[in-house]
Design a protein around this ligand. Structure first.
Ligand SMILES: NC(=O)c1ccc[n+]([C@@H]2O[C@H](COP(=O)([O-])OP(=O)(O)OC[C@H]3O[C@@H](n4cnc5c(N)ncnc54)[C@H](O)[C@@H]3O)[C@@H](O)[C@H]2O)c1
Length: 489
């Protein structure tokens, strides 16, 4: 079991309940989840004490699937914004080394600014595991509130405790734990979580594999999330950011226009179209072609239903367009265990000689050069979109308990443009093979990004050449480190 040590951080905040308690005026940079002191939280021999009254009070963002491609970049950006981060990942499609790379980059960042780094915790675990309960218990704290008077501060609770606090006589209630003694009418022991938000990346993502193994996808992506949400609710954690995808637009992507969020809703909505005309849109979407796409749509629908039934949830679904690029250091990038199928990792494989050529699926689309147009968004911009979502939620800028946002650039590039960009940057020729269209593909898929710009105060900043440069850096770095494996570079 890996143990990540906490590094101390400046600025102590008092713990809050499990909803965000930041004021609307706070910028993301001002939001902090100050670190814990050194801990043994992840020593396997230490069983979570469900009544950690004197426990640590610092707040964390939990990132499930945080060592994958998008998760790892997001964890680094969270740390840079001073959030303490707890990563849960089963390494089914990532490597433990990613954690060390994140830590190295964050350490360098904070050293350059002469600041102390927030805490980075890691738990290698399937987020469907029953042990997740212990993990969450480890990040809980308790306070006693008296029905007769104001709630008692934690230090006072601890100092006022009898030598042996009668834990055995406490009873859990929905909202906390009632004292089972003669004080029953007076005092309630409340459990609160130090996890103030969860970002959910933990899913399988291969369209092709999902068609062959639908149950694997529904089990992890849908059932896993449902059970996880139940657990979060039990611990009072109700801030949730979900990794969704442009795939939820299904056939709507064929409209040939930038896709706006209202093309896929889960409850009836009224919105103003581009001409200012009010329109009513009904839930549902046509033409989802794979279990993977359906799993994303189902998850969004479930999240929208939960938020409708209990508006104290704050749920943000971020619909990614085509994430590309990697961290500019060349240290962090897309490094999956499974065979990559996305455009950029495939191009990188061709550049390293691991693959003989790039397959271009369809050269007869109605686009400037016949290849498909996609909205390629740099993964660091995407990562920052998650922080913008957390900040907007904390500031109360997200108007509904469930809200979906496109994360894209709003600009389209053809597959050939991406190819040329990588060729120019690497000064190498990338052999291609033109093959036919794949079933379910669309010619043009670009985001309408006004909603994210307005409500999340977020927009993509990096360009396609930035993506190409960073991917080439990462590819070269990997080549250098794997030179002994005879990869041609
Ligand atoms: N990369 C894309 O092009 C893209 C596009 C749209 C949406 N998404 C979504 O974004 C999310 C992240 O994508 P990514 O590209 O970073 O994928 P990834 O495979 O690189 O990362 C997913 C991470 O989750 C982990 N994981 C999977 N199942 C888990 C489980 N049950 N418990 C714990 N950890 C688990 C994996 O080990 C991996 O580290 C996914 O939900 C994906 O569907 C990705």
């Amino acid at each position: 079991m890996l143990v990540m040590e906490d590094l101390p951080n400046s600025g102590i905040q008092s713990p809050s309940s499990s909803t965000f308690s930041l004021s609307a005026s706070e910028s993301p940079a001002a939001i902090s989840t100050p670190s814990t002191s050194r801990s043994l939280l992840f020593d396997d021999d230490v069983i979570a004490d469900p009544l950690d009254i004197a426990g640590n009070s610092s707040q964390f963002i939990m990132v499930v699937g945080g060592l994958g491609y998008i998760g790892s970049h997001t964890v680094l950006e969270l740390l840079k914004e001073n959030y303490n981060v707890l990563v849960v990942d089963d390494l089914s499609n990532s490597y433990e080394s990613v954690l060390h790379r994140i830590k190295a980059l964050a350490t360098e960042h904070f050293a350059a600014q002469d600041r102390l780094m927030p805490a980075l915790h890691f738990r290698q675990m399937d987020y469907r595991s029953p042990h997740m309960r212990s993990v969450l218990a480890n990040y809980s704290f308790y306070s006693i509130s008296s029905k007769a008077g104001p709630s008692i501060a934690m230090e006072d609770v601890v100092s006022a405790l009898p030598r042996r606090f009668p834990f055995s006589s406490l009873q859990r209630t929905d909202s906390g734990i009632d004292m089972g003694s003669e004080d029953a009418q007076q005092n309630t022991l409340r459990r609160q979580s130090r996890i103030t938000g969860v970002i959910h990346f933990a899913a399988y993502k291969s369209v092709e594999e999902s068609i062959r193994m639908p149950l694997r996808y529904y089990s992890n992506n849908v059932c896993g999330m449902v059970d996880f949400l139940g657990l979060l609710e039990e611990f009072g954690i109700k801030n949730f950011v979900f990794s969704s995808s442009a795939t939820v637009y299904g056939e709507g992507a064929n409209c040939g226009m930038p896709l706006r969020e209202e093309l896929c809703v889960h409850h009836p909505e009224i919105f103003k179209d581009d001409d200012g005309i009010e329109r009513r849109v009904l839930p549902g979407v046509m033409g989802l072609t794979s279990p993977y796409g359906r799993s994303k749509f189902m998850c969004e629908s479930i999240l929208a239903d939960i938020a409708r039934s209990d508006p104290s949830w704050s749920i943000t679904a971020l619909r990614y367009f085509n994430p590309v690029g990697c961290h500019e250091s060349g240290i962090l990038g897309e490094d999956p265990r499974q065979k990559p199928s996305n455009l950029i990792p495939v191009i990188a494989s061709v550049l390293t000689g691991a693959k003989p050529h790039l397959d271009i699926f369809g050269t007869d689309w109605n686009t400037p050069d016949g290849t498909a147009v996609r909205d390629f968004i740099h993964v660091v911009d995407l990562a920052r979109g998650h922080i913008a979502a957390l900040a907007a939620s904390a500031a109360g800028r997200i108007k509904a308990p469930f809200r979906a946002y496109n994360l894209g650039t709003g600009r389209g590039h053809t597959v050939r443009e991406v190819l040329h960009s990588l060729q120019e940057t690497s000064r190498r020729t990338i052999p291609v093979r033109e093959v036919g269209r794949r079933a379910g593909d669309v010619g043009f898929c670009v985001a309408e990004v006004r909603r994210a710009e307005t409500e999340l105060a977020w927009s993509a900043e990096k360009s396609l050449p930035d993506c190409a440069l960073d991917v080439w850096n990462f590819t070269k770095t990997r080549c250098e480190s794997q030179a002994s494996d005879e990869i041609i570079c």
